[in-house]
Design a protein around this ligand. Structure first.
Ligand code: FES
Length: 117
């Protein structure tokens, strides 16, 4: 017998609060989450703190789909969270949905990545 377990989604913000081409940081159920509104309309939720030394990626750059940390210029693919420079790190990605213009995410089972952790 299969038992369906409902995933709990948390309200983060109105989609209007993060314009296309912008990012914004939110605290959601104890997680620091970066909402990324990519060119073309895709919305992604990633861990907001750099896996190197916990600097907020909301304070860094966001250009051509690439997130750049302001501290030591590590870069990440905003679509997947994959590390681009260096490539041996990544950002955790959160399940996200947009319902009636509201951005919602789930934090269940998502563990932010931290170098050396
Ligand atoms: S803290 Fe982000 S690159 Fe060092």
């Amino acid at each position: 017998m299969t038992v369906a377990v409902a995933t709990e989604f948390h309200m983060v913000c109105d989609l209007d609060e993060v314009w296309e081409g912008e990012v914004a940081e939110f605290e959601v159920a104890g997680h620091d989450v970066l909402i990324v509104h990519r060119a073309g309309g895709e919305v992604v939720a990633l861990q907001a703190l750099c896996p190197h030394q916990d600097i907020s990626l909301a304070e860094g750059g966001f250009e051509n789909g690439v997130l750049t940390c302001r501290a030591h210029l590590w870069q990440f693919d905003s679509a997947t969270g994959a590390g681009l420079n260096p490539t041996d790190c990544r950002l955790a990605r959160y399940p996200l949905r947009v319902v009636d213009g509201k951005v919602q995410i789930s934090v269940e089972g998502v563990v932010p990545f931290r170098v050396g952790a």
